[in-house]
Design a protein around this ligand. Structure first.
Ligand SMILES: [Zn+2]
Ligand SMILES: [Zn+2]
Length: 316
């Protein structure tokens, strides 16, 4: 009798953007404008993830809005290699920092782009960042034109950036769902995120604005870096471009899912799509497991095509 909870028991929901740029790198909003814009939109946390240096604005945290120290680092590729490896570094919990075997990153510390000589370059970079008390995500794989094998080879990643709003909105290359599914089916256990990767080259009220299009909502006991990072590491979150998710669990071999009104709910797994719920304004799915699934996850789409997805619940 499988019984698993997709989100932690108790706690509250906190909405966040894990990926954003400001005038400190190639974004157009100042750090202050970045914070204010997301706070006004009801976000609870954002990551300051400038290119190739680390920034920590935690001293400006507020009770209902916190700033995750972060950076997005690119691995320098040989000239004839069109792939891009952008690795997303976010400061871990206080426990990670205390256990770090190397010096934790400091505010405004540059992070050197290693030259790519093979997967070992990327792996050594990831391992170094983890040793310094951080967690690491692989960014926008579809936009980066990497293959699933490129990601599969890497260890010590906590997540794949499955939906990158800037890449999707501006270049139709931000959705890496197929690659995520391929990796999951091949046994690679990575959580999936949605982010903005906002650069704000256009005003916030413009159709070209790349803010507020992809986010995560974590379920955590409180709004602190420790609680948010722990929830991210445990997979206690969902990703969205619109719909809200309220429940995802397996009870006595039955999958239970609840969300805001949508048109389509799909229960996916390592097998083909085999359980669906379609209808106007549906808000739940309840389906019995077949019994041979290695994992199940849910995606739902509203009538405008906006979607939300859970992380997998593993059954093996
Ligand atoms: Zn990037
Ligand atoms: Zn970016």
């Amino acid at each position: 009798m499988a019984t698993r909870n997709g989100f932690m028991d108790g706690g509250s929901w906190y909405k966040g953007n894990l990926h954003g740029h400001t005038t400190l790198s190639d974004g157009k909003l100042t750090p202050e404008q970045f914070r204010e814009a997301y706070k006004q939109k009801g976000y609870h946390f954002i990551a300051h993830s400038e290119h190739d240096f680390f920034s920590n604005f935690e001293q400006e945290n507020e009770p209902n809005f916190i700033l995750l120290p972060a950076s997005e680092v690119g691995i320098r590729m040989p000239k004839d290699d069109v792939r891009i490896f952008h690795l997303h570094v976010i400061m871990g919990t206080d426990e990670h920092l205390a256990a770090a075997t190397k010096e934790p990153l400091k505010h405004m510390e540059p992070i050197v782009w290693p030259d790519f000589v093979g997967f070992e370059t990327a792996q050594a970079f990831i391992d170094d960042m983890v040793a310094r008390g951080n967690i690491v995500m692989f960014n926008h794989p579809h936009w980066s034109t990497v293959e699933w094998e490129d990601v599969y080879a890497l260890e010590n990643l906590f997540a794949l950036e499955v939906y990158n709003h800037c890449s999707e909105w501006m270049e139709n290359m931000g959705n890496s769902r197929v690659m995520w599914e391929t990796l999951l089916r091949k046994g690679k256990k990575l959580w999936g995120t949605a982010t903005d990767d906002n650069h704000n080259n256009y005003p916030l009220d413009s159709i070209y604005c790349d803010s507020f299009g992809g986010w995560v909502v974590v379920k955590a006991p409180e709004l602190t870096r420790n609680a948010v990072i722990s929830a991210l590491l445990e997979g206690s979150f969902y990703s969205s471009t619109g719909p809200e998710i309220y429940d995802f669990r397996i009870e006595n071999d039955e999958v239970i899912f609840e969300c805001s009104p949508v048109e389509r709910i799909y229960m996916n797994g390592d097998l083909r799509q085999y359980q669906i719920e379609l209808g106007e304004n549906i808000t739940s799915l309840r389906k019995k497991l077949r019994g041979d699934e290695k994992f199940v996850r849910i995606e739902c789409y509203d009538k405008f095509g906006k979607f939300a997805f859970t992380n997998p619940i593993y059954l093996d």
